[in-house]
Design a binder for this molecule. Structure first.
Ligand code: ATP
Ligand code: MG
Length: 377
């Protein structure tokens, strides 16, 4: 029951705002995409155009190899085989769970409809609640009914617009895992819109980061997190520091977290090394070049904020033991297995290549160390 989704040069303007400005993407059957970006960047507008609730100004949409919008083509929303799940569930209050799920199945006979409702109820584990009304359900249960309703007509594509954002953190996590599994069992191609980077990283087979109507980068969660193309993508997906670095003899690059190389990088332009908090560590050293500025205990880990003698700040996440106190002098270094990721003018220059680049897939961040000499700068 799956179908691929293709967007080609999709565009939508509202007065003087280019809400969606030339978005192209190609999802395989059964693939799950997470679409993430700041408020107002055009995420919901894309979903509304795919669902047929909004007409594009330019570009084309294909669902399951059938064109549904663009170049004079228009397929009505109810003929697109698209299911939608919204933040506010939007269940019909006067219908039971079964009534809600069966609502869009008017093309089926009564018997077929009852059978399909049972199947989808089983898929989301709500068989026991089929006769309840929405106000008799918890918010997590309501969201599962909304998911079941979207799946009932056997859609080619399911679109989820921030479906978990009304839920508390624990429920959000469990429902996300459950939703992913249900979509997988149903074989559905899915697009999830979210503001939350851990939700995007956890849900998507691929992630697309958007800004101002554009997709900045699309790729696997690992590609985007480890090898972001620019600083915006890097910081949108999680905390990252950018420490100044400089070219030194022998084609090497020196920074306060180590000296790397030789690396083939351009001879000109500023340099910065991206450091995520789990990629760096430190050792107590009274003559070290950094001071522990803050320490925050977070249960399974401790987040330290270091001040380097250059004035740069650096976050470091490590195990609670051994314990280091604020004010201690330390020596910092990248943990083995995290090769340097270098930026110049806000753009990644090392490792080189696009998101599907050979070099990147060869480099296993967090795996065995493949890169050369690292020593205190
Ligand atoms: N019906 C509309 N009329 C006018 N402007 C609109 C309309 N819908 C969206 N916009 C504008 O288009 C841009 C993109 O909006 P959209 O709702 O797609 O953003 P979003 O990425 O979903 O944001 P959020 O994360 O806050 O939901 C915004 O500048 C928004 O103000
Ligand atoms: Mg939105």
């Amino acid at each position: 029951m799956s179908g691929s989704l293709q967007l080609a040069g999709l565009a939508k303007r509202f007065a003087d705002v280019a809400a969606v400005d030339g978005v192209s993407l190609d999802l395989a059957d059964g693939e799950h995409l997470a679409l993430i970006g700041p408020s107002g960047c055009g995420k919901s507008t894309i979903l509304l155009m795919v669902a047929g609730l909004l007409a594009p100004d330019g570009g084309e949409i294909h669902i399951g190899n059938r064109q549904v919008a663009g170049a004079g083509t228009w397929v009505e929303p109810d003929k697109r085989r698209v299911g939608m799940v919204f933040q506010d569930y939007a269940l019909f209050p006067h219908l039971t769970v079964s009534g809600n799920i069966g609502f869009g199945l008017d093309r089926l006979t009564k018997l077929e409809r009852a059978k399909r409702v049972q199947e989808v109820l089983a898929l989301v584990g709500l068989e026991a609640l089929s006769g309840r009304y929405p106000h008799e359900l918890s918010s997590g249960q309501q969201q599962r009914v909304a998911l079941a309703r979207s799946l009932a007509p056997d859609p080619a594509v399911v679109l989820l617009d921030e479906p978990f954002s009304n839920l508390d953190r624990t429920l959000r996590e469990s429902l996300r895992l459950e939703t992913k599994a249900v979509l997988r069992r149903a074989g559905a191609t899915a697009v999830l819109v979210t503001h939350d980077h851990s939700e995007a990283l956890g849900f998507g087979d691929r992630i697309a980061v958007m800004r101002s109507g554009h997709i900045l980068q699309i790729g696997s969660p690992e590609e985007l997190f480890d090898f972001p193309e620019d600083e915006f993508v890097a910081t949108f997906l999680g905390s990252a520091d950018f420490l100044p670095a400089r070219r030194v003899d022998g084609g090497k690059v020196a920074s306060e977290v180590g000296t790397f190389g030789p690396l083939e990088i351009p001879a000109e332009g500023d340099l910065a090394v991206m450091v995520r908090p789990h990629e760096v560590t430190f050792d107590a050293q009274s003559s070290g070049p950094a001071t522990i500025a803050t320490r925050e205990y977070q249960g399974s880990t401790v987040l330290y904020e270091l001040t380097l003698d250059s004035g740069s700040r650096l976050s470091c996440r490590r195990a609670p033991s051994p314990r280091f106190e604020v004010g201690a002098r330390v020596q910092v270094r990248l943990i083995e297995g995290y090769p340097p990721v270098l930026f110049s003018e806000g753009r990644r220059i090392w490792p080189v290549g696009g998101t599907a680049g050979q070099q990147e897939s060869d480099v296993q961040r967090g795996g065995k160390n493949e890169w050369h000499a690292c020593s205190g700068a």
